[in-house]
Structures are given as C-alpha cells and as structure tokens.
Design a protein around this ligand. Structure first.
Ligand SMILES: [Fe+2]
Length: 200
C-alpha cells in the first residue's frame, strides 16, 4: 500500500509568523518526499539485486537514496506535528530534564538557536538510548546525514531555507523565535513520556 501524506491544513492560520503561502509550499515539498519514498519502495520490490555496485547500480542507488526520502518524509511529520501549539508553556517535567541536560532552560534555548545558526538542515532535540543523554543534533547536507543512532526525536525544527525564506528572507533567527514560541507541547510531551529520564 503506498503511503499517503498527512494533511496539515489545520496549521494554516494557526502559527503566528508563518503565512499560508509559506506553509502550503512546505506541505507540497513534504508531499514530494512521500511520493519519492513510495516510488523507491515500489522499485526496490522488483529491482534486480544480482549485480550491486558501489559506483552505480539501480538497486545500489535506490538503497542509497532511500534514507533521504524516508527521513524527508518522517522528519517533516515530526516538525509539522510539533508546531501549531496554543502558546501554553512547556511541561515542568520536560523543563526539568532539559535544564538538567543543558544546565538551564535558557541554555537549551541558546543551544537550539546556535544549532539553527549552524545548520542548513534540521535541528533535533533527541534522547539517546545509548548514552541516556538529551542533546541537540544537526542533520544537514541530506536528511540522513548527522542523525545519531538509537535516538528518540523529541523536538524537530526545520531549518532548511524552504521552511522560512518566503516569510523571513535571511532573517532566520526571527523564524526560529516564532517556532520556539509556538511549539506544540502536547505532542512534544507525549514523545517525551516515551523516553526514560536521563540517568535511568
Ligand atoms: Fe522542510
């Protein structure tokens, strides 16, 4: 069964600082990743696997590009799912864990902003099952480059230019401020509840 893109039209008009045109363009781009993921999976089901090759082979190339379409699909869903909040503050237990990991809540905010200024891709706040630490992660160049093994994404912020350039031009810090002000803590809190607290 081909995957259907999720409908995020409910976000239109709900996010202070992101216009309808900006969001609709972003939805279209996300839908393109879903389409490519379906296409790659469909071709992998029947492609010849007898002559794989590092330089070029149809199977090899499909496998190399599969993570791009996969993460392009699901990182966008993480992002769209965790924006559009009602402006309520972050849950206390989340703030405590983040403060423990980064020294303070403000340090986490400062690190997100610094990471966003360093990335042309994704900034992800992740819990690492391997070392039981929360950290901010940069994923850039491709949607799969930099994603750490065995981590749960808790907060996803799209820092590719297509996410904000229509509304903000080069004023990326203003876009990050708008996203941070409108995070959906209900969604983020649910993700957070599925991770053990650091140090356990
Ligand atoms: Fe995006």
């Amino acid at each position: 069964m081909p995957r259907e893109p999720k409908n995020y039209d409910h976000l239109i008009g709900k996010i202070k600082g992101l216009s309808e045109n900006q969001l609709k363009a972003h939805f279209t781009l996300y839908q393109g990743y879903v389409k490519k993921l379906n296409e790659i999976e469909q071709k992998l089901a029947s492609v010849d696997k007898s002559t794989p090759n590092y330089s070029y082979n149809e199977y090899s190339e499909l496998k190399r590009r599969e993570p791009v379409a996969y993460n392009g699909t699901f990182l966008h869903e993480y992002y769209f799912d965790n924006i559009g909040g009602d402006g309520s503050p972050a849950p206390e237990n989340f703030k405590q864990t983040i403060s423990g990991a980064f020294g303070s809540w403000d340090n986490w905010i400062a690190d997100v902003k610094a990471a966003a200024g360093s990335a042309h891709g994704w900034v992800l706040t992740c819990y690492g099952y391997a070392d039981q630490k929360v950290r901010n992660v940069l994923v850039q160049s491709e949607h799969h480059v930099g994603l750490l093994a065995d981590t749960q994404i808790i907060v996803a912020i799209d820092c590719w230019e297509h996410a904000y350039f229509m509304d903000y031009g080069t004023k990326k810090p203003d876009y990050i401020a708008a996203i941070l002000a409108g995070l959906n803590w209900k969604t983020i809190g649910a993700r957070f509840h599925h991770t053990p607290p650091p140090g356990k």
